[in-house]
Write a protein that binds this ligand. Structure first.
Ligand SMILES: NC(=O)c1ccc[n+]([C@@H]2O[C@H](COP(=O)([O-])OP(=O)(O)OC[C@H]3O[C@@H](n4cnc5c(N)ncnc54)[C@H](OP(=O)(O)O)[C@@H]3O)[C@@H](O)[C@H]2O)c1
Length: 342
């Protein structure tokens, strides 16, 4: 009987410890620092904010030695090995380049930048300086996604024919102001839809067609979208996202021999189920823990840093760039532009 493969992702606690600088101590930076300290040997050694008070508050909360009142001062800190860029999408390009120009490798929050032009500039700068750069699409580094990856590599599903994934959260109106603001490159696409898109990209490879339809919020950012994609072998992907309602957030990959399902919050540490074409469950893989999933991307980065590698095989920079092109295409079809977009 067919069984699911195991995950090859090591426990984050076994990764080498490195000294991080956190750039922009907002919401995700707090979750990330908590996961880092709980599940890895790495530590936040310094934090930089546009406000010294906010940097000091973060430093006190997480036991961080040095608080900087500017990002320039943070990236110049000689006591850190790498920078975690956790600012809004609109700022990723400038902040990643700031860190790279100071000789610091970067882990850049998703979406990597606002658009593919900006992503290309960051990737070229990292490569020119031989510095490690990784998009913090944390899902890619999680154990259950490696189970999915192995199923695809081993062709356990037969020929993949269809992928479905959705990501909806009730975030507008009334949610974080960042999401509603075109100037901060808000909207559902860069925050939420990027997860189903990245998942389908893992399953299908580079898309040959992208067709999007959706609705806009009053502020001009995208509120919801459905995205139909086609893979290089003709498989289809049906992806959707909204910031107007909580949706199941499930994902599936269907092949001629079997189907994989991740029920609910597919992008977080989760269970993977293998089903036959008659809907009988053949096997299931349970995640070792649902806590502190952000530790896995930090651990992958620390391993790459210790090994002197320039990027991650789990999410190569060329794939990050291809996904940025997909986001650009969807935005063009929806008619969404950001002010002063480079
Ligand atoms: N991996 C995940 O699960 C996950 C979850 C949520 C968000 N994210 C990603 O993380 C990034 C940040 O999201 P977040 O929710 O943490 O945002 P947030 O809570 O608003 O924090 C962003 C921080 O960026 C700094 N910043 C720099 N320039 C800014 C500007 N022009 N306007 C506003 N803030 C600015 C601010 O810190 P200072 O002013 O103190 O420097 C602010 O606290 C986004 O890329 C988002 O997609 C990832």
């Amino acid at each position: 009987m067919t069984t699911l493969p195991s995950s090859r992702i090591p426990d984050p606690v076994d990764a080498p410890g490195i000294r991080w600088g956190v750039l922009a101590p907002g919401g995700i930076a707090r979750d990330w620092a908590a996961a880092l300290h709980a599940r890895t040997a790495s530590r936040v050694a310094a934090v930089g904010s546009r406000s010294l008070e906010r940097a000091q508050a973060f430093a006190a909360e997480f036991g961080v030695e040095r608080a900087h009142g500017s990002y320039e001062s943070l990236v110049a800190d000689s006591g850190i090995d790498a920078i975690y860029v956790a600012s809004p999408h609109s700022e990723h390009h400038d902040h990643a380049l700031l860190a790279l120009s100071a000789g610091k490798p970067v882990l850049v929050e998703k979406a990597f930048t606002r658009n593919a032009v900006e992503a290309t500039a960051v990737i070229e700068a990292a490569r020119a300086q031989g510095l490690l750069a990784v998009e913090a699409m944390w899902t890619r580094f999680l154990p259950h996604i490696d189970v999915v990856r192995r199923c695809l590599e081993d062709e356990l599903l037969g020929e993949v024919k269809a992928v479905e994934a959705d990501h909806g959260q009730l975030l507008y109106p009334g949610g974080p102001q960042r999401l509603a603001d075109p100037a901060l490159a808000g909207g559902a696409l860069l925050d939420l839809a990027i997860y189903p898109i990245s998942f389908a990209h893992l399953a299908l490879g580079a898309f040959t067609a992208v067709q999007a339809t959706g609705t806009l919020a009053e502020t001009g950012v995208d509120a919801s979208e459905t995205i139909a994609v086609t893979g290089p072998q003709g498989a289809i992907g049906t992806l959707s996202s909204t910031m107007l309602a909580k949706t199941p957030c499930s994902a599936s990959i269907s092949g001629t021999a079997a189907r994989l399902e991740i029920d609910g919050w597919f992008y977080q540490p989760n269970t993977v189920r293998l089903l036959d074409p008659d809907d009988r469950e053949i096997d299931r893989w349970e995640t070792p823990s649902r806590q502190h999933g952000l530790a896995y991307e930090a651990a992958e980065f620390a391993r790459l840093f210790a090994d002197g590698k320039p990027e991650s095989d789990l999410l190569p920079l060329d794939e990050t760039l291809r996904i940025m092109h997909v986001l650009d295409e969807v935005r063009a079809q929806l008619g969404v532009t950001f002010p002063d977009e480079g």
